[in-house]
Write a protein that binds this ligand. Structure first.
Ligand SMILES: C[S@@+](CC[C@H](N)C(=O)[O-])C[C@H]1O[C@@H](n2cnc3c(N)ncnc32)[C@H](O)[C@@H]1O
Length: 272
């Protein structure tokens, strides 16, 4: 879904006292999502623009509506957590995984991967399909986690629209997906490789060296920088030596050497 439209008059975008903080606390209690961890200027602007379009100027004035109507809460979360994804998103990274990273990881016989901030599962199922092609005999387990329970439910269905599959050739798709009226459904061979769980990345404490590969792409862009850096440190800790961390194509790890990471390829870090 697109970010909130910017065509709103400036007046409603100004802060009204600190209703922002009060709103974040109430939303946290209501939904479990803690917006105070995100970059305030962007998040506040988007929230105010969203509610201004509904004629609500004080953020806290929206709370009664959100408590009363689950559909309103859903619509807000849809807009704020930005679940945009697609199959084979950032194609160059998948080509790199297929050719270099996965064959190297599969030398150990198994690959334990984590799609951290998996949205509705397109990233996890793309990884499963690429593993099927690149390392068919390895034991692959892919965990997808997201803070948004509705996305986890969708990910478990494993159904993707034609829009999700844009730019992917039918030959590539048909290996792992079958045609259904809604678009493309992941075949059982991919489903057996994937599991999905609800989880807040800011609270999860994954065990040391638990993963060979972690994809955390397009999920930290709205996090305040210290929060993002702490998360990257926890992800690096959760990688085994020789494992890989993949970030989004506009993202970076601030001080990779401090985390024993080196950039092996663009946006792909290898743990020493
Ligand atoms: C833009 S999507 C990225 C999906 C996928 N990684 C990709 O690149 O296509 C960002 C996802 O991060 C999730 N997210 C945001 N904050 C999170 C948090 N604190 N913990 C876990 N997931 C979070 C959102 O719910 C959303 O589904």
């Amino acid at each position: 879904m697109a970010p909130a439209a910017a065509t709103v008059s400036p007046a409603p975008l100004q802060s009204t006292g600190d209703d922002y903080t009060a709103f974040c606390e109430a939303l946290h209690r209501l939904s479990g999502i803690d917006l105070s961890q995100y970059k305030r200027p962007q998040m506040e602007r988007r929230l105010r623009a969203y509610f201004a379009r509904k004629g609500i100027d004080r953020l806290t004035d929206s709370l009664e509506l959100l408590r009363r109507d689950p559909a309103e809460l859903d619509a807000l979360l849809d807009r704020m957590t930005i679940n945009v994804s697609q199959l084979w998103r950032h194609r160059e990274q998948w080509d790199r995984l297929e050719r270099e990273v996965l064959p190297e990881l599969a030398r150990g016989g198994r690959v334990r991967a984590w799609s951290a901030g998996c949205s509705y599962g397109a990233e996890a199922f793309t990884l499963a399909a690429v593993c099927l092609k690149a390392i068919p005999t390895a034991g692959v387990r892919i965990l997808g986690t997201d803070i948004d329970r509705r996305m986890i439910e969708r990910a478990r269905e494993g159904v993707f629209s034609d829009q999700d599959a844009r730019g992917v050739s039918p030959a590539e798709l048909e290996r792992g997906f079958e045609r259904v009226p809604e678009g493309w459904r992941a075949r059982d061979v991919l489903r057996r490789m994937t599991t999905f769980e609800h989880g807040d990345l800011l609270r999860m404490r994954p065990a040391a060296a638990a993963h060979d590969l972690i994809l955390c792409r397009n999920t930290v862009i709205y996090f305040a920088e210290p929060i993002r850096d702490e998360l990257h440190a926890r992800l690096a800790h959760a990688l085994r030596p020789g494992g890989y961390l993949i970030v989004g194509a506009t993202e970076r790890v601030a001080s990779p050497a401090d985390l024993h990471l080196e950039m092996a390829y663009p946006f792909i870090y290898r743990k020493a």
